[in-house]
Design a protein around this ligand. Structure first.
Ligand code: PLP
Ligand code: COI
Length: 365
């Protein structure tokens, strides 16, 4: 299901009555997460036999979908999460957008969907950020969060890969995913349901993985937790990842432990970047299975010093407490030194405040 995408040019239709400047500025100054949407969207259509066509940047608007569109029945849907950052000279930039484009292709492959060529993906996010640049918050407030996604739009109830797709990008001004003032977050260790199993869709960024995580997330909330940590499906022994972020542990011997990628975990771009930055800093990086009982024991003995969540939305968020049906395990009530250093090193590159030795940032333009 490969695609022809030779030089697809975006037709640009500006919104004539865009959000009034005062309203936009007030939203951008206090955006929260996932609600302060910009004025435009990118839409590209795929038709089997024709490939990608009809690329448009147009005013953000509801979609018209036939009620038999296959996404509504068989959940052929994938998405990405990425950000545009305002740099000190005002110029916006992306962080590793090529990695998002590649992961989007891998997710599409797993879900038997059309492949969006990397250049088309990058062009769509770039065009959208250019037209909605006024929605990028100041660095102290946040970023412009981009949500590229693809849905299956064929009108057909037969269970088969769709022959038509829409690739869409929307954007919103975004602040912290977790309130900064709240300090380290509390995480529910889910022992009842699993997020992903071997051979499943865990390493794809598809909507179904998130739907499957919601009962656990509900349980987490009911137990006063911000997020949920999933264990492996086979033994319910090994930590895997959280509902919407990867997890890392800092040990007292200067090592950083994170579960290995093995098909059930989303290969986080933040995860990969932090492992690189940690190696740059001389930390010992261990991508190793880590048993939850061992983690509890290490927290009690002091061998485990810091635990944090990482992802595009979460950035680097310290985990203070783990709770489960069996009880509560305290990690730390403040942000650890290594957590803070890694967060700073990452954000300084993302916001253009530090050199970019790994060529991760791409200027919008
Ligand atoms: N794991 C899950 C389940 C996620 O939803 C995310 C967020 O995208 C991540 C990990 C972190 O990935 P990334 O750092 O690429 O945002
Ligand atoms: C992201 O970090 O981009 C995600 O997709 C995770 C979700 C919690 C918003």
């Amino acid at each position: 299901m490969t695609t022809v995408s030779d030089n697809i040019a975006f037709k640009i239709t500006r919104k004539t009555d865009g959000t009034p400047a005062a309203e936009r500025e007030s939203l951008v100054a206090n955006p929260g997460f996932g609600r302060a949407f910009t004025d435009h969207m990118a839409v590209v259509t795929y038709t089997e036999g024709r490939g990608w066509h009809s690329a448009e940047i147009l005013p953000r608007q509801p979609l018209m979908l036939d009620p038999a569109a296959s996404v509504l029945h068989y959940a052929q849907e994938i998405f990405e999460g990425m950000k545009a950052y305002r740099t000190p000279n005002g110029q916006p930039q992306f962080f590793r957008p090529d990695a998002n484009a590649r992961r989007f292709r891998k997710s599409a492959e797993r879900m038997a969907m059309a492949q969006v060529p990397e250049e088309l993906f990058l062009d769509a996010v770039n065009q959208l950020v250019k037209i909605d640049a006024g929605w990028i918050p100041d660095p102290e407030v946040g970023t412009l969060y981009l949500r590229p996604f693809m849905i299956a739009t064929e009108t057909a109830l037969g269970v088969k890969p769709s022959s038509e797709y829409k690739f869409i990008v929307i954007a919103c001004a975004a602040g912290e995913y977790f309130s900064k003032d709240a300090g380290p977050v509390t995480v529910w260790v889910e022992e009842r349901t699993v997020r992903a199993s071997r051979g499943g869709t865990g390493e794809a960024k598809c909507g179904g993985n998130y739907a499957a995580s919601l009962t656990a997330q509900q349980e987490a909330k009911a137990n006063g937790c911000h997020q949920v940590l999933f264990l492996d499906a086979n033994e319910r022994k090994w930590i895997e990842e959280m509902g919407g972020m990867n997890v890392m542990a800092v040990m007292d011997d200067g090592s950083l432990i994170t579960p290995p990628l093995g098909g059930t975990i989303l290969p986080g771009i933040t995860r990969d970047s932090l492992l690189t930055l940690a190696r740059d800093k001389g930390l010992i990086v261990r991508e190793e299975p880590y048993a939850i009982e061992q983690l509890y024991a290490d927290a009690a003995s002091g061998h485990l010093r810091e635990l944090f969540a990482c992802g595009t939305a979460a950035v680097v968020t310290p985990i203070g407490t783990l709770k489960s049906a069996e009880g509560t395990h305290q990690i730390s009530n403040q942000t650890g030194k290594v957590t803070a250093e890694l967060r700073k090193a990452l954000c300084d590159i993302q916001f253009g405040r530090a050199p970019d030795p790994h060529n991760w940032v791409h200027t919008v333009g």
